[in-house]
Each structure stands twice: as C-alpha cells, then as structure tokens.
Ligand binder design. Structure first.
Ligand code: NDP
Length: 453
C-alpha cells in the first residue's frame, strides 16, 4: 500500500501520513458493507435511532479534537472548525429521528389494498471533496444510515483526517462492523471502484462538475442511483433600495468564508449602477477588515488555501494587469496564502467572471435594473446559490423566483440548514440533500398488493 502525507496548509509542514488503499481493499470493504447491510436493515427502527444518537454523542464528546484536526489538516479557522464538528453531531441527531418515521402508504384498490414500504437501497458510496470534509460527510452519511443502508465514505485525498476519526467514533459508539467505513485514497482508485462496483447501489458525489460528469456516466452504465452536488458561480444581487451598509458589510463573508473554497460562494456581485459608488465605498473597508491569518488563533476569519497547486490555480485568475479594485491582507512566509481580492470592472468574457475560482476572488459588475440583474445572474451554466438585497418584499420574492438557483437568501448570505433541502439547478447538480425528505432518497419504494377477497 502507498502512503499520502497530509500537509498543514498554514505551515506547509507534514501533519501525518495516511495509508492509501488499493482497488482490492475497496472491494473488500464493499463485501463487508454488503454483509453488514443485511443485519443493519433488520435492526429495529428504535434501536437504529438509538445507535445514531450514541454516534452523535461520541462526536459531541470529541468536537474539540475534530476541530483541531481540521485546523491542522485543512487550514480551517478554529471557530469554523468547531462549528463544523458540532454540525456533524446535529445532522446525526436530526436524522436519528428518521428510522421511526420511514412510513409508507396504504392505498385501497378493488379486491384488496396496496401498501408501500421504503426499502434501503443497499450499499451507498459517499465521495467527499476537500473543502468541507466534515459537513459534506455528514449530509450523506446520516440520512443514508438512518434509512438502513451501509455507507463507505471516501474523503478527499488532501483532507482525510476528520473522516477517519469520525469513522473510529462510529465504531466506538457501537455501530456494528461494516455499517460505516471510511476509505481514504485516490478518487481514481477508491472513488472509481465505488462507482464501478455493481454491489454499490447509490453514489453521493460532491465535487467538481467535470468529475461529476464522469461519475454520472459511470453510474449510467449500471443504472445506479446518484446525487450530484457540483460547482457554483453564484450572484449576490444588490438592488438600489437595499440596506447598503448591511449588504456591503456581509458581502466579504459571502465569498471569502473558507478562503472562497465554497461551492456557494457569492463570487459575482451585481450592483445596481445608481448605488455602485456608495456600495464600493462601504465594501472596501469590509474587505480590508477580514481577519486573515493563523487558523489556530481564535478570531481568525480566513485561513490559507488548501494546497500550493490550488493557490497557483486561484492566482491564474488575477494575472498581472488584472483590474484589482482593492485587496485584503494575507500573511507572508510559509502557507498557501492568498489575500481577499476584488476585481472591478471585469469583462463578461473574463474567466474570473465566468468560471468557478474556488478562492477569495470576487468580481463586481454594475447592472441597470432588476431585469438586467436577473438576466446576468442566470447567464451561467451553474445554479447553486445566491443572495438578493432589497427592502421591497414583493421584489425580493419576484427576483428569487426568477433566479435559476437551488438556494437563495434575501437580505442574508446563508445557504445551508440541515432541516431544509439543499442542491443545485443546471450544472450545479442533480437531486437534493438535507431536509426532512433526505432519507427517502436512500430508499426504494416497494408496492405490495394484499388481496382481501
Ligand atoms: P473533485 O471533483 O476533484 O473531487 C471530489 C471528490 O471526488 C474527491 O474525493 C476526489 O478524490 C474524488 N474523485 C476524483 N476523481 C474521481 C473519480 N474518477 N471517481 C470517483 N471519485 C473521484 O473536487 P474538489 O475536491 O476539487 O472539490 C471542489 C469542487 O467541489 C468545487 O467545484 C466545488 O464547487 C464542489 N463542491 C460542491 C458542493 C455542493 O454542495 N454543490 C459543496 C462543496 C464543493 P481525490 O481527493 O483523490 O481527488
């Protein structure tokens, strides 16, 4: 077996090494998951719920340890990392209520009645990206387990540490052997095997649109069920009647949180031209005020990028001569740092405007009116998130209905709540995660006729 060295993105120093399983190890994990699934689906719903609650309690008891691992292995600011570990606990607790609510229908028909059952799909392969290793793991893992499936999670090669620890906590909490397995390793090896192996009956993939397209093709070969959460290029629409102070003060956090490595990053700010100058005046100090630095320090708001290669990729969107309006700060020295950067004016053909940068780079574009804001917001193959700032409630709803995007917020930048559905339009994905219906996406509906005559 080969090994992978996890680097601390803030220091470039090794954190630890992780063994990389081969395709044959993935096959062995799949065999274990198939065997475990027969037993797991037979566990009484109340007992399965109890085990998920014990799993949540184990995560809760290790929030600080998980947060420290995410700081070291992913460069997330400590406050954010603690929230993420607590989020895993909360998502597990929310879906621990699901096993006892997987109820079907009874449908009267001539000569009898039909009843429906939600049967688990079987083994679920969960492929996770590096940007939010803990939350994205939880969003697939918790409802899949609650619905009676077994799960094999493949964390991103760059950020496997918290997933590995959460897998250990599941075992310590008493989840039976093989019910939840974590297989770090390369996407092209372990991830590909999950897609190709016929015993894996559903793939939940979060990552780039390019890889998602390949995974969809792989699943098509076996008519395998699939959820895709892919890229984004979301608009932050600021209309003239908005509370400009609030819109400008919060806009940096809508795009620079997690150093912009966020599928929901509002990386295109569209401002009605009549208030553009005032918005930029307010936006500049807000950008310069973002606390960029050592992620282990309380109070740090933005840490480094994930890797040297990713920093080169992000920097390619800000070449010499790019229209930099203003920038925030970033530490010198080791670490994959990149300062918050505002580009304006940017042409509609500029890659920083059309492509997902996945870093702390935002473009600002003036729009004449509401109609032009909607047209520009929709002029992208993506449709994941977005924000609308206006003080007119009717207008807010009108614009929200017109923007082709799965998750919008009015006078706010929030995107994800585990008790509401999450997912994208267009090339941002397929299917919805989270919310009360998420366990249904991990079941097949079985329809049984019972003769009464
Ligand atoms: P990638 O698509 O490169 O990788 C995502 C995951 O897929 C990783 O675990 C990767 O493994 C694995 N993988 C790569 N190739 C294959 C393959 N052939 N078969 C199976 N699995 C494979 O994305 P990034 O990690 O770079 O993540 C960033 C992207 O994720 C951005 O585009 C972002 O928008 C998107 N994203 C979307 C979200 C959403 O909810 N819509 C949320 C978060 C991110 P390995 O690590 O070994 O490469």
């Amino acid at each position: 077996m080969s090994e992978f060295t996890v680097l601390n993105p803030a220091t470039e120093l090794p954190v630890t090494t992780v063994t990389q399983p081969a395709a044959a190890d993935a096959d062995a994990a799949i065999t274990r998951a198939v065997a475990a699934q027969e037993r797991w689906r037979a566990v009484a719903p109340g007992e399965r719920a109890g085990m998920l609650r014990r799993f949540a309690a184990a995560v809760d008891a290790h929030v600080d340890e998980l947060a420290d691992l995410e700081v070291a292995g992913s460069g997330h600011p400590i406050g954010q990392a603690r929230w993420e570990a607590g989020h895993v606990r909360d998502v597990l607790l929310y879906y621990s209520a699901a096993p006892e609510r997987l109820i079907g229908q009874q449908i009267p028909v001539p000569g009898g009645l039909n009843v429906t059952f939600h049967e688990p799909v079987g083994v679920v392969g969960l492929i996770v990206p590096w940007n939010f290793p803990m939350p994205i793991l939880a969003w697939g893992m918790a409802p899949a387990l609650a619905a009676g499936n077994t799960v094999i999670a493949k964390p991103a090669e760059l950020t496997p540490l918290t997933a590995i620890r959460i897998g250990e906590l599941a075992a310590e909490a008493g989840l039976p052997d093989g019910v939840f397995q974590v297989m770090p390793g390369k996407g092209s090896v372990v991830g590909q095997r999950l897609v190709d192996h016929p015993a894996v009956r559903k793939i939940v993939f979060t990552g780039s649109t390019e890889v998602g397209r390949e995974i969809m093709a792989g699943c098509a070969r076996q008519i395998k069920r699939l959820t895709l959460e892919l890229g984004g290029k979301s608009a932050n629409i600021v209309l003239a009647d908005a509370d400009l102070e609030r819109a400008a003060a919060t806009a940096p956090y809508a795009v620079f949180d997690n150093a912009g490595q966020d599928c929901c990053a509002r990386s295109r700010i569209l401002v009605q031209r009549s208030v553009l100058d005032r918005f930029m005046e307010l936006f500049e100090p807000a950008v310069k005020g973002v606390a960029v630095g050592d992620p282990a320090q309380a109070g740090t708001e933005m840490g480094p990028l994930i890797s040297a290669a990713h920093r080169r990729h992000v920097a390619s969107y800000v070449p010499d001569g790019a229209p930099v309006a203003f920038r925030g700060s970033a530490p010198d020295g080791p670490g994959y740092w990149f300062p918050p950067t505002v580009l304006a004016p940017v042409g509609a053909n500029d890659p920083a405007y059309t492509e997902e940068v996945f870093g702390p780079v935002v473009t600002v574009t003036p729009v004449e009116d509401e109609a032009e804001a909607i047209a520009i917001a929709n002029d992208t193959p993506y449709g994941l998130s977005g924000s609308i700032w206006t003080s007119n409630v009717g207008r807010a709803i009108r614009v929200a209905r017109a923007v082709e995007s799965g998750n919008l917020s009015v006078n706010s930048h929030s995107s994800v709540r585990y008790w509401t559905p999450f997912g994208g339009f267009k090339q941002s994905g397929l299917g919805r995660e989270l919310g009360p219906d998420a366990p249904d996406a991990f079941t097949e509906t079985k329809n049984v006729f019972i003769a009464t005559e």
